[in-house]
Design a protein around this ligand. Structure first.
Ligand code: C2O
Ligand code: CU
Ligand code: CU
Length: 477
């Protein structure tokens, strides 16, 4: 069984690599081709590697004083030029897709006033943030049309690639799909002392898949079973873009902000070094041929482009995709670049001790039928805001085992707290989201610090979360 699976896996990967290599040829001859995948691609008005990679703008604080940065955002309609020559209607933070990046500093509070200028309820969740429950963006804490809410993020945690996104229960999938997602980059002194690439060499990359109608608008079709899968890869709001790079080290912060698609990221040749994941730096840098990124996960890597020659065009492939989803972007290596100022030390961070687990819990992940149709379940239960599914004590840790008898991927995510991964071995660092693939069993060890209160944990395949795959926990003092 295992053997069969892995062999099929390898075959798939080989097939995708072949597709990537012929990407240029496919593009020019696609009108003559008859395969269904190619027809779908022809219907989408885009050319890969034409658009330059956009970098989302950084939000400017309205005030900066006494250990606190204050920001204001309006959640409203806007348009984005995702396909050249088309204006795609979006819902976004300040009307932007993707939203503006918030830069935060450990030890300084970030205050964000979010006003809802849309005609339906929204809220804002800081994904990966350890924040008091009131400011977490619980799916039932909503901002009504015309109202505003001021979120306070203490930033006591270590540097990490976080993101903020809509979390209004039942329509998170749509809201994020239509644009409500952005980076929140938390920095700290310790990370700076490592001399990792920064400034223009530190690049956030938001990966999403979309489908488009003839007029350039998003074509969202709800699929509760698989979740939404689009035929077009969009990075920072541009279709399969290219990025000009110098022959130097870059930090690439991958965020999978797709509804349900997982990516297997692999450079056409050469390797990358993983330095961080959801909760920040890994204990040690790890060389990788490929990194898999499930929905909501973050993987930070350093790529040393001096391993290539000027003029090289290096495709970043998605080995889990095919046809028009087999390539994510391309790096075009320029000449020159100057002296390297940055490095990747072997040791990055000490993770520190975690108390031994006080309780063992098991959760199976399955599809059932509720009163109003299909329903995703955790341990036989579907989300009920009136019910607290588990209680635990502040400061303790537990062992949670997820089993996945279903045939879908479930990226399981915990609000408010981070966990270590016990099984499978080899996943290092603090995480908040873990892929549980079909047939897999995954064991994590969450540590319930520092805030007590009510938090959710759920599947981050967005349609699964909207259709019940979410439970509530109460962390008591
Ligand atoms: Cu991205 Cu409930 O989270
Ligand atoms: Cu979250
Ligand atoms: Cu799921």
């Amino acid at each position: 069984m295992n053997d069969l699976l892995s062999r099929r896996d390898v075959m798939q990967r080989m097939a995708s690599v072949a597709l990537v290599c012929s990407f240029g040829a496919v593009k020019t001859t696609r009108r003559d081709t008859t395969s269904a995948a190619m027809r779908a691609q022809a219907a989408a008005p885009f050319e890969p590697f034409r658009a330059d990679l956009p970098i989302p703008p950084e939000l400017v604080p309205t005030s900066r004083r006494r250990g606190r940065d204050t920001f204001e955002l309006a959640i409203r309609k806007g348009t984005a030029e995702i396909l050249p020559g088309f204006e795609t209607p979006v819902y976004g933070y300040d009307g932007l897709y993707p939203g503006p990046t918030i830069r935060a500093r450990k030890g300084r509070e970030t205050v964000v006033r979010q006003s809802n200028q849309l005609g339906f309820d929204v809220n804002v969740h800081l994904h990966g943030g350890t924040v008091p429950a009131k400011h977490d963006g619980h799916p039932m804490d909503l901002i009504k049309p015309g109202d505003a809410f001021t979120y306070r993020y203490p930033n006591h945690q270590d540097a990490a690639t976080l993101w903020y996104h809509d979390h209004a229960h039942g329509h998170t999938a749509r809201s994020i799909h239509y644009g409500m997602a952005a980076f929140y980059l938390l920095e700290d002194e310790r990370e700076e002392e490592l001399d990792l690439p920064r400034g223009e060499y530190d690049i956030p990359l938001m990966l999403q898949d979309r489908a488009f109608a003839e007029d350039g608008s998003f074509k969202y079709e709800q699929n509760i079973d698989v979740g939404f899968l689009g035929d077009t890869i969009v990075v920072n709001g541009a279709v399969v873009p290219r990025m000009r790079v110098k022959r130097r080290r870059y930090r690439l912060r991958f965020l999978n902000a797709s509804n349900a698609r997982e990516y297997g990221l692999k450079l056409a040749r050469g390797s990358m070094t993983q330095i961080a994941t959801d909760g920040g730096l890994l204990p040690r840098a790890v060389k990788r041929e490929q990194v898999d990124v499930a929905p909501a996960e973050r993987i930070d890597v350093v790529v040393d482009f001096s391993q290539y020659r000027a003029g090289d065009e290096i495709v970043l492939a998605n080995t889990l995709g095919e046809g028009s989803t087999a390539a994510v972007m391309r790096f075009d290596v320029e000449r020159g670049g100057g002296a390297e100022e940055f490095r990747v030390p072997k040791r990055l961070r000490r993770l520190g001790p975690i108390p031994p687990p006080a309780v063992d819990r098991g959760f199976d992940l399955s599809l059932g039928t509720g009163a109003s149709g299909p329903q995703w379940r955790i341990d036989g239960r579907s989300f009920d805001m009136e019910r607290v599914d588990l209680r635990t004590r502040l400061g303790t840790s537990e062992r949670w085992t997820f089993t996945n008898p279903s045939n879908r991927l479930h990226p399981m995510h915990l609000h408010g707290f981070h966990f270590r991964v016990l099984e499978p071995k080899g996943v290092r660092g603090w995480k908040d989201t873990i892929a549980v693939r079909p047939g897999e069993t995954v064991t994590v060890q969450p540590w319930f610090v520092p805030y007590a209160g009510r938090f959710v944990f759920h599947c981050h395949a967005l349609e699964h979360g909207d259709f019940g795959m979410m439970l509530q926990m109460e962390v008591e003092r």
